[in-house]
Design a protein around this ligand. Structure first.
Ligand code: ADP
Ligand code: ZN
Length: 661
């Protein structure tokens, strides 16, 4: 009998190994095994094929001293790899204990993970009738322990968190584990505090900035079942839960759930796959569900629960568009007179305001006045962004991280000191706000100014405590925070994103603005949202002002259907890159030539990607559009294995792509 192991870091396929040990291997047992000239980690899948001759077969080096990967988790890994066309080994790698646990010494071996005591769960908050109905539906699903997807669709401030707490409580009371995914680790602190207040213990956290020791303990606690609740970023999905009973994906519509670097996957979609593999319920919570999710509700695949009103006294904010053509800001400034007035009034009443602009840095563009030349990244096909906060290396490429001091001579025409900064980034808006309101205490909430969780948590705390009057920031600021004294939200450029040719531009801007709008007036004080726009007549603006989400969704879904786009079809993107333009082009052409001829399976391109060059690599894209009934992953797999890709060419496969750049 030859057990089978599945080495990490290797594409799909299973290998036969001999098991030279006395005790019988358990399925899911993690092992070290020789692979080529290396030694890799894998897990035992089951019996071998018996096809490898006895003198050729290699023995497993050693079993790892860790709990085996549970069945549901293994099923999940293999299905995730099948669905996304990413190597199974890459997903396995994310499921392994942290390195330091694998190199465990006497001290770390003895470490025992914290125990979350769930024997005395406190009662839930007193729920309103609609909250209570929704909570009841969720606890029933958790009690059933079968696969189901429920969308918790409720306006911001309606108490979605309180409601899904009921589902978590139900799982914990049954001795099951629960996983909550958040789109942004910045939200974890507030979430923690709130959870601890209700449940009397602190949940475990999982994201990229968690310390090595904490990772080690959390992994162990999750795998042995002593930890009951984990809240984390998308990678928490790969923790090998021993006994998972429910998954919650909060703010399910957030684009940040899509991982685009390295291994490409959408955490919400894989969370659904994980729930399916474990035959457990999953809850998707959002005030603005993604169109994919809405289409699944309308077709009856997902169930929706609605929370139509804000909790308590809080009323929805008033949303108004400021027509920038009628009341433009003064020259070289970005805040219009009506917005300035509203800010002044807010500060006079000792209330708080937010200014939202989804653009990092000081100015998105630096150009030469003499010849019009734009400063661009030498390695990418993109302009350089000017950051005021970074004194010397102030020009940055947001695509590859290239940075440099601004030149004095124009590289194009040689003119001296003719550079001018165009357009605003958040830093420039902050400068303007500071000169208008020198007394206001303000902070910038962006990935540059609040890069680490501690700084960010501190900013949130100061805002909650009323130690700040004005928060200026990017989308990072838009998510889930609850600031009782916040009554004004100004959107500096509501048009940003509407022009971009990408499929989800309107959807994204709508969700983002709706989300930002949801920050205002969450308690007794009435909230107001002002949208600066050049196109107040645009359907997205109108739907926002009327706060008519469903009309927006109807419009957008009709448009997608008409143009044969997701969620009515499925897309996949193949990105071919090489240092040599010719080679990238040739490989892309070869792929196109070998494309399968199947009805309702359309191959568009190859064409140069909108960012033609990134980190010196030339980029060509093929876009595949398929009917939803076709087995897309399988067709792609067969196609791609039929083409030999030169080793200097990289092929990136992205199923259900979000990024078309
Ligand atoms: P959402 O997640 O839908 O934006 P939250 O769950 O954050 O809404 O609720 C908004 C605010 O209302 C929070 O401060 C929350 O504690 C409060 N809240 C909601 N429902 C209740 C309830 N049933 N009892 C007490 N407070 C509630
Ligand atoms: Zn670059």
């Amino acid at each position: 009998m030859l057990p089978l192991a599945h080495p990490a870091g290797n594409p799909d396929g299973l290998w036969d190994y001999a098991w030279p040990f006395e005790s019988f291997p358990q399925p899911g047992q993690l092992v070290r095994a020789p692979f080529g000239r290396r030694e890799v980690t894998g897990f035992v899948c089951g019996e071998g094929t018996g096809d490898v001759p006895e003198d050729k077969i290699r023995p497993i080096t050693s079993p790892l001293d860790t709990p085996p990967l549970p069945d549901a988790h293994r099923r999940f890994l293999l299905r995730a790899a099948q669905y996304t066309l990413q190597p199974a080994g890459a997903f396995l790698k994310m499921s392994l204990p942290p390195d330091s646990a694998l190199r465990a010494n006497a001290r770390t071996k003895k470490e025992s993970p914290p125990i979350q005591d769930v024997s005395h769960l406190p009662p839930l908050a007193k729920l309103s009738p609609s909250q209570s109905d929704a909570a009841m539906a969720l606890t029933t699903s958790v009690a059933e322990q079968t696969f189901s997807v429920t969308v918790l669709d409720g306006v911001t401030g309606s108490g979605k968190t309180e409601v899904y707490f009921a589902a978590i409580r139900e799982a914990l009371s049954r001795g099951l584990q629960a996983l909550v995914l958040l789109p942004e680790i910045a939200l974890a602190t507030q979430w923690h505090a709130r959870f601890a207040e209700r449940f009397g213990f602190v949940p475990a956290t999982w994201h990229s900035s968690v310390s090595e020791r904490e990772r080690r303990l959390t992994w162990k606690g999750v795998a042995t079942g002593s930890l009951k609740l984990v809240v984390g970023a998308r990678s928490a999905l790969f923790l090998p839960f021993q006994n998972l009973g429910v998954i919650v994906v909060d703010e399910e519509h957030e684009p940040s759930y899509k991982q685009e670097e390295g291994i490409i996957y959408h955490a919400r979609d894989l969370a659904v796959l994980r729930a399916h593999a474990g035959e457990i319920p999953i809850v998707l919570a959002s005030a603005t569900p993604s169109l994919e999710t809405v289409a699944n509700i309308r077709s009856g695949r997902y169930r929706a629960l609605h929370l139509p009103t804000r909790h308590g006294h809080a009323n929805p904010p008033v949303i108004q568009a400021i027509d920038l053509k009628a009341t433009p800001p003064p020259k070289q400034s970005w805040l219009s007179p009506p917005l300035r007035e509203a800010l002044a009034q807010t500060f006079t009443q000792s209330q708080q305001a937010m200014l939202f602009l989804n653009r990092r840095g000081y100015a998105p563009l630096m150009l030469c006045r003499a010849c019009g030349h734009r400063l661009a990244c030498p390695d990418c096909d993109s302009t350089l962004v000017y950051h005021a906060a970074r004194k010397h290396e102030s020009l940055h490429c947001h695509h590859c991280g290239y940075h440099a001091p601004p030149p004095t001579l124009c590289p194009e025409c040689g003119a001296e000191d003719q550079f001018t900064l165009c357009g605003p980034g958040v830093e420039r808006v902050a400068e303007e706000a500071a000169s208008l309101f020198p007394q206001a205490r303000m902070a910038l909430m962006t990935s540059d100014h609040a890069a680490d969780p501690a700084t960010l948590a501190d900013m949130v705390r100061r805002m909650e405590k009323g130690e700040l009057d004005l928060l200026i920031g990017t989308q990072m600021m838009a998510k889930g925070h609850h600031f009782p004294r916040l009554t004004l939200v100004g959107v500096v450029d509501a048009d940003l994103g509407l022009q971009g040719g990408d499929l989800r531009a309107s959807e994204r801007i709508f969700q983002m603005l709706f989300q930002v709008a949801g920050r205002a007036g969450r308690e007794d004080l009435p909230g107001k949202v002002l949208l600066q726009t050049h196109t107040p007549e645009h359907p997205v603006m109108q739907a926002l002002v009327e706060q008519n989400r469903d009309r927006f969704m109807d419009l957008e879904l009709a448009f997608r259907k008409h143009s044969g786009m997701p969620p009515y079809t499925r897309l996949a993107s193949l990105l071919v890159t090489s240092l040599s333009e010719e080679e990238a082009h040739r490989t892309a052409m070869l792929l196109a030539k070998k494309a399968p001829q199947i009805t309702d399976f359309q191959v568009l391109g190859p064409s140069p990607a909108p960012i033609r060059i990134l980190r010196k690599r030339h980029r060509y894209r093929l876009l595949i559009k398929a009917e939803k009934t076709l087995p897309l992953s399988k067709i792609l797999r067969d196609w791609l294995t039929s083409v030999t890709i030169p080793s200097s060419v990289r092929l990136k496969v992205d199923i259900d792509p979000y990024n078309f750049l």
